[in-house]
Design a protein around this ligand. Structure first.
Ligand code: ASP
Ligand code: MG
Length: 468
């Protein structure tokens, strides 16, 4: 077929050898091409009739998680998908995770060697998993005659803060990779999860960080989309393992995804959703094990791109929560500051906070945090008390609680969602221990043994198995 478009006031034509069913894709690619004369590379040159260079292809980012690259066989399968997108006319940036289980293994080796490890060396070790996958993926693509090469974080260079093991991306220069695209490379395979600090040391972005690498690349390169290939086929209205009526969502708004991600729906790293929202990166979550349908998976997008939606988009849960209560602390200015400074200095991730009514100048302060941070919290508060900065009668920890939340942007304009949620829990005889709300979310702490029941009952009550 022939594709023509206008560029520099000249009409250029390409002859494209392709399946006619793909002609729309070619047209779109050509249109984008005309709009983004990025570099002197003509990807159609093998098929073109006397045309000049000076154009480049639109960029697609594809990220493959650990299970999608768990073996050479799976890497091959992932590489085939990349090959299809190259044939569709994209220059592809592939972001890879470590092969599944690899990062845990490396973390284990570090902890065994040095319990109080130097985080800079932790990063040096755990970043190696992605390096292996990136090289193997580039080799696999080359075997398929797709021009590809691997990039480690420092080669890009992906610049981060020096907060080792939890670094934040500061900059992704596009020059080196674009230059290679210009020279004929079609796929840049980038090791996810890693970067380099100003001091020239290797950093990592925190567990699940490859998602964030992928979104950051999509933003930096102005990619048409960022596809996250994983072992689930999208974002669900609830965890299908505990709620069999859970339904896959075709679309979900950034804000909703952000709440769900931070509530423990482990599909995407929270930071990656924040970035996608900030830079308006169209993010798609899909399975690398299913056939390729044009609109498979779930698109995480701006709420304006969602036509119809339920008031509640999903029910999330988080199993490993604990509730701590400081009994009888002084009710005076500065006390909350003292308590939560002490906890934050100890690295405790506090979630919900409730201060009770005060009597005779004393009050109770309740907060929640992950179960595995309880001993750290207790130690920190005891130390603060011993230092004479805090006085309380007792610290009571309840480690058998779970958090259940309903999330949906529709709540902004609809009242009665909280009332309905509490009613549903009441009908099931479930006692609520703590409640918090945001504009688009209501969360409750309940006894862990009722968690699944609560999720199922709420899913039914808000009819999440039905499309709005
Ligand atoms: N391999 C890293 C981890 O397991 C990063 C990632 O896969 O996103 O956390
Ligand atoms: Mg992940």
């Amino acid at each position: 077929m022939i594709v023509g478009f206008l560029q520099d006031q000249k009409i250029r034509f390409f002859v494209v050898r392709d399946d006619p069913r793909n002609s729309n894709k070619w047209m779109r690619a050509a249109a984008r091409l005309a709009l983004s004369p990025r570099l002197a590379y003509d990807p159609f040159q093998h098929y073109s009739l006397g045309m000049t260079k000076g154009t480049s292809m639109p960029v697609l980012v594809m990220k493959f998680g650990g299970t999608s690259v768990a073996s050479l066989d799976r890497i091959r399968r992932a590489a085939k998908r990349v090959g299809v997108e190259v044939a569709n006319g994209f220059d592809v940036i592939v972001i890879v995770s470590a092969m599944s289980g690899k990062t845990n293994e490396l973390v284990g080796l570090v902890e065994e060697t040095s319990p109080m490890f130097d985080a800079r060396e932790y990063d040096a070790v755990v970043s190696s998993g992605e390096i292996v996958t990136a090289g193997l993926m580039a080799l696999t693509l080359q075997e398929m005659d797709v021009p590809a090469r691997s990039w480690q974080g420092w080669q890009v260079p992906l610049m981060t803060t020096s907060a080792h093991s939890a670094a934040r991306i500061e900059e992704i220069p596009t020059k080196n990779i674009n230059q290679k695209f210009g020279e004929g490379m079609r796929v840049a395979v980038v090791a996810g999860f890693q970067g380099i600090s100003d001091e020239g040391r290797i950093t990592t972005l925190g567990r699940g960080g490859s998602d964030t690498t992928a979104v950051a690349f999509a933003a930096a390169f102005g990619a048409v989309r960022c596809d996250i290939y994983t072992d689930v086929d999208g974002v669900y209205t609830a965890d299908p393992r505990i709620c069999h009526k859970a339904r896959k969502l075709d679309r979900i708004a950034f804000e909703e995804m952000l709440e769900l991600a931070s509530l423990g729906a482990k599909v995407l790293q929270t930071r990656s959703v924040e970035l996608a929202m900030r830079y308006n990166v169209r993010l798609r979550v899909l399975s690398s094990f299913e056939g390729q349908a044009a609109n498979a998976g779930t698109l995480v997008c701006d709420e304006e791109d969602i036509m119809e939606s339920n008031i509640v988009a999903g029910v999330a849960h988080s199993r490993d929560e604990a509730k701590l209560t400081l009994l009888s602390v002084a009710d005076r200015p500065g006390i909350a500051a003292t308590i939560f400074t002490s906890l934050s200095d100890a690295g405790v991730n506090v979630d919900m906070i409730v201060q009770n009514i005060s009597e005779e100048g004393r009050t109770d302060m309740t907060f929640s945090c992950p179960t595995n941070e309880v001993s750290r919290a207790e130690a920190a508060l005891d130390a603060t008390s011993e230092a004479g900065e805090l006085n309380f009668a007792e610290l009571v920890a309840d480690k058998d609680v779970a958090k259940v939340s309903v999330v949906g942007i529709g709540m902004r304009s609809q009242s009665g969602v909280a009332a309905k949620m509490f009613k549903v829990l009441c009908n099931e005889g479930i006692n609520i221990k703590v409640i918090t709300t945001s504009e688009i979310k209501i969360s409750v702490l309940i006894d862990r043994k009722y968690m699944e029941l609560a999720v199922q009952a709420l899913h039914d009550a808000f009819e999440l198995d039905k499309v709005a």
